[in-house]
Design a protein around this ligand. Sequence first.
Ligand SMILES: Nc1ncnc2c1ncn2[C@@H]1O[C@H](COP(=O)(O)OP(=O)(O)OP(=O)(O)O)[C@@H](O)[C@H]1O
Ligand SMILES: Cc1ncc(COP(=O)(O)O)c(N)n1
Length: 499
Amino acid sequence: MPSRGTGAGTRIPRVLAIAGSDPSGGAGIQADLKSIAAHGGYGMAAITALTAQNTRGVTAVHVPPADFLARQLDAISDDITVDAVKIGMLGDSGVIAAVRDWLAKVRPAVVVLDPVMVATSGDRLLQESAEAALRDLLPLAHLVTPNLAELAMLLNEDVQETWPQALEQGRRLAAATGTVVLVKGGHLRGAGCPDALVGLPGALSAEVVEVPGERVDTRNSHGTGCSLSSAMATIQARAGNWEESLREAKPWLAGALAASDTLEVGSGNGPVHHFHHVAVPPMPGAFTAQLREDAEAELEEIYGLEFIGGLVSGSLPEDQFAYYLAQDALYLNGYSRVLARASALAPTEEGQLFWAASAQQCLEVESELHRSWLSTRTVRPGLGPVTKAYVDHLTAASASGSYGVLAAAVLPCFWLYAEAGRTLHARFVAAGEPADHPYAEWLRTYADEDFAAATRRAIGLVDAAAQAAGETERAAMAEAFRQSCRLEVEFFDAPRLHA
Ligand SMILES: Nc1ncnc2c1ncn2[C@@H]1O[C@H](COP(=O)(O)OP(=O)(O)OP(=O)(O)O)[C@@H](O)[C@H]1O
Ligand SMILES: Cc1ncc(COP(=O)(O)O)c(N)n1
């Protein structure tokens, strides 16, 4: 019999699940394949039985002829080296005999046996008459992973209610079979959810190696046993150490349970999220569409500001307009510097060119402000508190070292300004563009199609940066954008408060 239980050293372990099918994807081979892939293995599946089930329970079981399972197993081992095997639902004694023969012939380096008998829903997944045959199969495994009810059934004993009693039962099963037993605390009561490896003297670093865990408050535990045993087989093929394998698999499973709600699968005991640790990049356009949705409140606030109302109607006091222009000029100078930094950080030449051109354009607009608008005005306010806060925020974003964060921080000055400008101009046109309007010339500058086009390109660049970013960086991008939106609102409100 194989006794090593280790296939250490394989780079991508080739892991075979011999198990039943759960068409709803939460347990059985479907869970096994996800779990194997989640741990970096190459998954294979020989199907022992078909079940009709969902998160509420099993409605039918069909076990194909055992000969056909033998054909599947031979087809695999005739061609492929199997680094680890995970065995789940077996159905009946004919299937068990086929698996036993194949194991004896091939002797895979790692064999994990999850003695599936009854589903979480209470439905039988192994004929009662096959229980003895399953017991006889245990010594062919290197690791057996029963839940508390299965542990008791395999020993013909009562189900244990306390953890120390369960561990004692685990010892008896290890002694009876000569394999390492993983005693699982999933069905215990209480806040803790421990698991423990129990082995004969010398098999592990101690006779009982416990890995503690917190109980995750969820009813989505469908397939946890399948997922854990497949994870153990896959990690063991690499690590060659059961204790290390459990220490890696257990927190992963806790994360999969904690993230299970995000899947929204079924109305019963739902599946766990096997790939909770893998970030999925947003679809093109999705990140910036969300930013735009989040900025709606700020845009509405801008439209409601006294400054904006006065600018459109012409009733805005001149000193407030002058203050606004002066702050705009000061802001643009700082803004140009951070745009130049965005150009320096941009990952593509297209982005580099765009931000550099925008930085230059900004300085041109600033000098035009001085030439045409500020030179005729006598009031020269210094750097206002909002202007300073906004430029400081952008400078901090440029010092963050993240191109994505910086690009997101500079975006509202394009986007909110372009949208607000378009609306203001439309209102001015709707009012008949009165000739004696004091701010007519200024309002006309808002109808700039080149600026609208530049805004579209800036949005595209931020979206591309979001797709390339990880989840943490994307969250920082959204936060930098949101803060700039707030500062846009404050910037338009500043003349009322500080002029
Ligand atoms: N609520 C939970 N919080 C954290 N871990 C859990 C929870 N429920 C189960 N587990 C873990 O899931 C794994 C499977 O344990 P369990 O005792 O439920 O086995 P099982 O009954 O064979 O699984 P299944 O529910 O798939 O039949 C163990 O590692 C266990 O600690
Ligand atoms: C095909 C198949 N194999 C195993 C299980 C056990 O999983 P659970 O106890 O979580 O229902 C299952 N329900 N279906």
